[in-house]
Ligand binder design. Structure first.
Ligand SMILES: Nc1nc2c(ncn2[C@@H]2O[C@H](COP(=O)(O)OP(=O)(O)OP(=O)(O)O)[C@@H](O)[C@H]2O)c(=O)[nH]1
Ligand SMILES: [Mg+2]
Length: 300
């Protein structure tokens, strides 16, 4: 075996809802990031590691899933965009993800990064399962125009089309570097984080309009016993009226979230789970720096 080890950070960047989290999960082979049909599902930078050997050389790929790039309206969004910027700064390769419906948005930090960076960029046009070849050709030419001279690859993260090409491209660009993380680590986030995210995913799935965006989930206790994991969670909403909607008639709605989240948690942790949920009101938490910090967001 070659004594040289390759390792690097690969940032997955793009507008909301284009399929970044679906792609990271597919590339890593684990369901680390939550996915929903609604935009702005991901709020943090989530690392996913892939270790292996290629042509006799050991490698460690550290993927970063990131929140979709947007124009910030809340303090929460500012923190989300800070995660994106940090990820761009660390990147050895950037996977710029778009989909067959997406157009480039001239956001200041994105454009200045795009026009100045020397980091290798691979443009991925996702969801090709949804269009015919004529429409796809139009999309590919459009994105080639946005990123002149950069490779543009059509993919389907969901149907796992052309993911092998991404992997090959990434591995070939990894610098010689010792591993950044232990080889048995899968992610940088603790179990509590994933538990909170899985509950949040079920909220995104079950509620309409502003409810998913007004909710934050905090896991306050995570106790692993021999046969069961006991998880307590708090779900914060911004207004009393939202609390009533979240709970639903006779508690039916929140109960459904609990049942779905518990099933997902049991699959993820491979153990029986007991889940408690408490719904609390924290007025306008998305705009409050101190609250956001306590929820684990970093702000300048
Ligand atoms: N048809 C199709 N749908 C896809 C594909 N990839 C992702 N999706 C769907 O697109 C939606 C958004 O996927 P996500 O992975 O959550 O997108 P994201 O870019 O992480 O979104 P944010 O976290 O909000 O920025 C979900 O409903 C996915 O199931 C694909 O290749 N084909
Ligand atoms: Mg996402």
């Amino acid at each position: 075996m070659d004594h040289q080890h390759k390792a690097g950070f690969i940032s997955i960047i793009g507008k909301p809802n284009v399929g970044k989290s679906t792609l990271m999960n597919a590339l890593v082979g684990e369901r680390l990031s939550i996915v929903s049909s609604k935009a702005q599902t991901t709020r943090h930078r989530i690392l996913g590691m892939l270790n292996g050997v290629q042509d006799g050389t050991e490698y460690q790929i550290v993927y970063s899933d990131t929140p979709g790039v947007l124009l910030p309206k809340y303090e929460l969004h500012k923190s989300m965009m800070q995660f994106v910027r940090n990820s761009l700064e660390d990147a050895d390769v950037v996977l710029y993800v778009t989909d067959v419906f997406d157009t480039y948005e001239d956001l200041e930090f994105l454009t200045s990064w795009k026009d100045q960076t020397e980091t290798p960029i691979l443009v991925l046009v996702n969801k090709i399962d949804l269009v015919d070849s004529e429409r796809l050709q139009e999309c590919l030419s459009y994105w080639q125009g946005v990123f002149p001279g950069k490779p543009v690859l059509p993919i389907s993260a969901q149907e796992k089309v052309h993911l092998e090409e991404i992997f090959t491209h990434v591995v070939n660009q990894l610098p010689v570097h010792p591993p950044f993380f232990d080889k048995d680590e899968l992610t940088d986030k603790p179990e509590r984080f994933f538990a909170a995210e899985m509950i949040r995913e079920k909220i995104f799935l079950n509620y309409k309009k502003e409810i998913p965006y007004s909710c934050e989930v905090v896991v306050t206790a995570f106790k692993e016993e021999e046969k069961i994991i006991r998880i307590s969670s708090e779900i914060y909403v911004e207004r009393v009226s939202q609390r009533a909607i979240l709970i639903g008639h006779k508690g039916e709605s929140i109960k459904k979230v609990g049942i779905q989240a518990r099933a997902e948690l049991e699959k993820f942790f491979g153990k029986q789970v007991f889940l408690e949920q408490f719904v609390k009101v924290e007025p306008d938490w998305r705009g409050k720096a101190d609250k956001l910090r306590s929820f684990g967001y970093t702000l300048d």
